[in-house]
Design a protein around this ligand. Structure first.
Ligand SMILES: CC(C)(COP(=O)(O)OP(=O)(O)OC[C@H]1O[C@@H](n2cnc3c(N)ncnc32)[C@H](O)[C@@H]1OP(=O)(O)O)[C@@H](O)C(=O)NCCC(=O)NCCS
Length: 174
């Protein structure tokens, strides 16, 4: 299986949303913020957002070259303004057929490198306590827990879940 890690480009919307929808349908995305299947409208919006390079939002995809299929995605997004312009948030997801092959690790590494290159200082990720895979990935990539957000997520079965507030500091400053 040949997996290519590259920046998100115009036209990736459909493949990325197919990847997310597949994970949702197969019960993998229990702990993601969004729990609704994406629509063709969402694809349009996504493609619009990523049609031009932007300073404050970027991401990487993993492409299965053999099948020409998006097998995973990692996105960095910063509000990019005023006193929080040095901070961004990271999110990741992998297609259910491609789990535990190191794809998310590679995607996160590429995203962190790019955020460093763009001089961001702090990356944040809120992750449900029981999202074992995501917690493990965050720790592996050097994120540390700063605190616990009580009732951070409302699950589909009506239960609330605490979330860990993870962060990774990219550059030490005064
Ligand atoms: C989290 C996710 C992106 C990990 O993707 P992945 O490509 O399988 O991850 P990797 O193969 O790079 O593995 C990263 C680490 O997590 C561990 N890991 C992955 N899945 C795991 C699981 N189900 N249980 C325990 N550990 C797991 C791996 O062993 C590896 O750690 P190690 O090298 O120390 O052994 C994937 O499970 C996913 O898409 N989950 C659903 C979406 C989601 O929850 N997103 C995050 C919302 S906060």
């Amino acid at each position: 299986m040949k997996i290519l890690i590259r920046k998100i480009k115009k036209g990736d919307g459909e493949g990325i949303i197919r990847c997310f929808n597949e994970a949702l349908k197969r019960g993998l995305n229990t702990y993601t913020r969004s729990n609704t299947l994406s629509t063709p409208e969402d694809i349009k919006e996504f493609d619009k957002a990523f049609s031009k390079p932007r300073l404050n939002e970027f991401g990487f995809v993993a492409v299965d070259k053999g099948k020409n299929l998006i097998a995973g995605v990692c996105i960095f997004s910063s509000k990019g303004h005023e006193r929080i312009r040095h901070i961004g948030e990271i999110s990741w997801g992998v297609h259910p057929d491609y789990l535990r092959k190191g794809i998310a690790t590679k995607l996160a590494d590429a995203t962190i490198r790019e955020a460093t290159r763009r001089k961001f200082v702090r990356i944040e990720a809120d992750i449900a306590k029981n999202n074992t895979a995501s917690v493990r990935l965050a720790r592996k990539c050097g994120f540390r827990i700063e605190g616990i957000k009580k009732y951070g997520l409302l699950l589909d079965d009506g239960r609330y879940e605490n979330t860990y507030m993870f962060s990774k500091i990219l550059t030490k400053h005064k």
